[in-house]
Design a protein around this ligand. Structure first.
Ligand code: SAH
Length: 402
């Protein structure tokens, strides 16, 4: 697959990212923004007006906030950047998926993905720079965990993706880089704002999916928050011996404690839990694994998402054989377990966890300078007739019940 480069029209990238040493709107709570304005002789309600522009209208420059007085716009432009992150790479897939590589204030980089479909527009968010979970098949954790993302940095992913979409975001999947439950406090604040119909993006709680490696105590805390978010647990193996190899954090938790916490989540929220299972050829896709998974999940209020492994160069795994996928589906269906094979999206733009960032780290990709005068390159995958649209492999895919 070849890639063509074309320059994006500069949509005000400069004024969004003025002085990155001071605070930015997206890092401030509503109250802090109100205070900032009042201290400069402005009415507090201008804060709601600015946030409304950003969240509801997808506006990312003060110039486009034409109902603000010109003097206030000028003040904001020179003193208060809207955002702290800049898109250094913007990729478009043949199937409509878009992926952004964002540069943070401290020059670190994260990814976020937009998955537009007919009736839904899904944002896939990262919660950490890198990942500390060490799942052996995943690109996100190859360089370990660098740090948690702040509330503002997660909100900014939504704002960038909202602007790329040109329409309202309807779903969020927290399936980007990092372990969401390891940054739970910040994530819950972000989702409160994302789901607020007045001060935020107005996304339904039931349209939010949080994917976790399986941290039992945090799953219980999430359940106790009594929100309607959907929980997806990355199981990837039906027994502890195999899971310890594939998901190293399992040595500390074990599958039994994760399933107990998942059952508790179901009891508290009434929401069916999804189990994600990345299929690694001849490792966890065998007939024996299928049988074990069936016994593990039979009788549970569970849905299974099978994810054929998305190749990460340099990692010693294989994609599953189509027969193995079919065997897994049949075995689980026979036990009455609801199961889907996840449609792969954005494979031509390396949309799986951490792939794009990993390439940038390895220097395979040129990234764009992020100074005032630069605009990010927009990379469009060239689609051949034989490989277009929804046939394209990859993740992430929206939740089954969204
Ligand atoms: N830390 C969270 C979020 C990870 S990303 C978690 O473990 O759930 C969301 C899902 O994508 C996880 O199930 C993850 O295991 C899976 N994933 C990561 N890299 C992948 C790859 N190369 N191919 C297929 N699935 C992958």
């Amino acid at each position: 697959m070849t890639l063509s480069l074309s320059l994006l029209e500069n949509k005000g990238m400069n004024e969004r990212t003025v002085d990155v040493t001071g605070p930015a709107v997206m890092e401030m709570t509503l109250e802090e923004l109100q205070q900032w304005l009042v201290q400069r002789g402005q009415p507090a309600w201008r804060a709601q007006q600015i946030r409304h522009h950003v969240f509801h209208r997808g506006v990312t420059t003060y110039s486009a906030m034409t109902d603000l007085p010109a003097a206030l716009r000028q003040l904001l432009k020179t003193q208060l950047p809207l955002m702290t992150t800049t898109a250094v790479i913007h990729r478009h897939s043949c199937d409509g998926t878009q992926k952004l590589l964002l540069q943070l204030k401290d020059q670190r980089r994260i990814e976020c993905v937009l998955i537009p479909e007919q009736n839904r527009v899904t944002a896939c968010l990262s919660t950490q720079v890198g990942c500390g979970m060490g799942c052996v098949f995943c690109a996100s954790g190859l360089n370990g965990l660098e740090r948690n993302l702040s509330v503002g940095e997660m909100l900014e992913q939504l704002v960038h993706l909202r602007a790329c979409a040109g329409r309202r975001l309807t779903h969020i999947v927290v399936m980007g880089m990092g372990e969401p439950l390891a940054n739970l406090d910040n994530l819950l604040k972000v989702l409160e704002i994302a789901c607020d119909p007045h001060q935020g993006l107005g996304i339904s709680q039931r349209h939010v999916t949080i994917s976790t490696v399986g941290l039992p105590a945090r799953i219980r805390r999430l359940a106790d928050s009594k929100r309607q978010y959907h929980l997806a647990i990355s199981l990837h193996a039906p027994n502890d011996t195999l899971r310890n190899r594939i998901v190293p954090t399992n040595r500390k938790t074990g599958i039994a404690a994760i399933l107990e916490a998942a059952d508790y989540f179901w009891e508290q929220t009434g929401r069916q839990v999804t189990y994600e299972y990345v299929l690694l050829g001849e490792l966890n896709d065998t007939a024996q694994c299928a049988q074990q998974l069936r016994y593990l999940l039979a009788g549970r209020k569970a849905h299974v998402n099978l994810i054929p492994w998305n190749e990460v160069p340099g990692l010693p795994f294989r994609q599953p054989h189509p027969h193995a996928i079919l065997r897994m589906v049949r075995t689980l269906r026979q036990a009455g377990i609801s199961i889907k094979v996840r449609k792969r999206r954005g494979a031509d733009i390396d949309a799986a966890c951490g792939q794009l960032r990993q390439q940038a780290i390895q220097g395979i990709l040129p990234t764009w300078p992020t100074n005032r005068h630069a605009t990010p390159p927009s990379i469009h995958a060239e689609c051949s007739n034989s490989r277009t649209g929804s046939d394209n492999p990859s993740r992430p895919n929206p939740p089954p019940d969204g």
